[in-house]
Design a protein around this ligand. Structure first.
Ligand SMILES: *Cc1c(COP(=O)(O)O)cnc(C)c1O
Length: 406
């Protein structure tokens, strides 16, 4: 596709992936069509054979999916070069949800007897996938503390059935980080496929492909969409043949496709990614500073505070500290519930990455399905509050938190 030269991240957010509409609509219309027609049997054959670019069936592909996919691929590869010294080329596959994209990742790469190495404090759904869905298929997760590089290397050396390294950084809800550069180097040394959940950071703050990751995954439901209007997930891979082959096969046959309307919403949302992230991060820093000095607050977990244990790693691999934080109230569970109930502007909701500030209580919401002893192992205490700081005027966020903490 012909694209104008784009030198800045926001220009890529706005323009990448867009193709001139044949009827000159400004935005790509929503292609609410399950199937596509051919001029002739010959043309149908060429499309099925992949000899002619075109659309066939919306479980496979759609102009709306493609626009969002090309935008996200361009953002994840922004400014990076491949082994050949040319701009890095990666391919994205959009899915119905983040969990759909993760299912494709694991099923395209792992078979019975294979293992995936990962760490504590993963997203609740990913953790459940590892614990409940993959084991009956003969695929096991080996969970180690991957902040310890020696332990990680030893675990990989001890078990040749480990085929993939799966990282999530920053991780939910304590914002613990792992070292992308060091861990991906270990994965490469041991010929493991490496994949990174980049949902909390967004491609504006962190680019795992810069360290040689094989896959980057997002729940597009969060910062990429940015407005909470649609569920979605994307798998971005640097091995184009793998993306066009096994990944596409699994995506198509599991029926994990997105839909034209949600993809349209995602495409519009991505256009403001940089502008939103700048404001999100600015507001978050102010909120963290406020909470950190508050007498009712025992502990604030925010990557922009120098006392966060992963401040140094985050400063190296992220552009800013992000919009996510969590904090512990001195009064524990009761104080947490009271605080949540008193909020007036900030919303009581799970999910994250929307324009509105969303506040949740992991022990009773996102991590409710995780057994208590595991929760405690991941530092998810009963009084922990998670905040996805929005883009409202920061004074209003601070005033709301202040009155709720009284
Ligand atoms: C939301 C989320 C997911 C799952 O994505 P869905 O779109 O809800 O299926 C995975 N990882 C992280 C970090 C998330 O926040």
């Amino acid at each position: 596709m012909k694209q104008p030269p784009l030198s800045g991240f926001s220009s890529v957010c706005v323009h990448a992936g867009h193709e001139q509409d044949p009827r000159y609509a400004h935005l790509t219309p929503i292609y609410a069509s399950s199937t596509y027609v051919y001029d002739s049997a010959e043309q149908g054959m060429r499309r099925f054979a992949g000899e002619e670019d075109g659309y066939i069936y919306t479980r496979w592909d759609s102009p709306n999916f493609r626009e969002a996919e090309e935008k996200i691929a361009a953002l994840e590869a922004f400014g990076l070069t491949g082994a050949d010294g040319k701009p890095l080329l990666v391919k994205a596959k959009l899915h119905a949800s983040g969990m759909g994209a993760l299912s494709t990742l694991f099923l395209a790469h792992l078979k019975s007897g294979d293992k995936v190495i990962s760490h504590y404090s993963l997203y609740g759904g990913t953790e459940e996938l590892f614990r409940k869905i993959l084991p009956p298929l003969g695929i096991e997760a080996v969970i180690v503390d991957m902040r310890d590089l020696e332990k990680t290397t030893a675990a990989i050396k001890a078990d040749p059935s480990i085929k993939m390294m799966y990282l999530e950084t920053p991780a939910n809800p304590t914002l613990r980080c792992v070292d992308l550069e060091a861990l991906i180097a270990i994965a490469q040394e041991h010929r493991l496929v490496s994949a990174v959940d980049n949902t909390f950071a967004s491609p504006y703050l962190q680019q795992p492909f810069a360290y040689g990751a094989d896959y980057v995954f997002h729940s597009t439901t969060k910062f990429l969409n940015g407005h909470g209007t649609a569920i979605g997930g994307v798998l971005v891979g640097r091995d184009i043949e793998m993306m066009k082959g096994p990944v596409e096969k699994v995506h198509r046959l599991l029926g994990a496709n997105s839909n034209p309307f949600d993809s349209f919403l995602l495409t519009q949302g991505i256009k403001t990614l940089e502008v939103r992230m700048e404001r999100h991060c600015h507001n978050a820093m102010e909120v963290a500073g406020f909470l950190d000095g508050h007498p009712a607050v025992a502990q604030v977990n925010y990557l922009g505070l120098t006392d966060h244990p992963d401040f140094a790693i985050a400063s190296r691999q992220m552009k800013h500290a992000g919009a996510m934080m969590s904090f512990e109230l001195k009064g524990g569970l009761e104080a947490g519930k009271r605080f949540i109930d008193r909020l007036q502007m900030c919303l009581r909701a799970v999910s994250l990455g929307t324009c509105d500030t969303l506040i949740c209580h992991p022990a009773s919401m996102t991590h409710y399905s995780v057994p208590k002893e595991l929760r405690e192992k991941y530092d998810i205490t009963d009084g922990l509050i998670r905040v996805s700081v929005g883009i409202e005027s920061v004074t209003d966020i601070l005033n709301d938190l202040d009155q709720a903490l009284q």
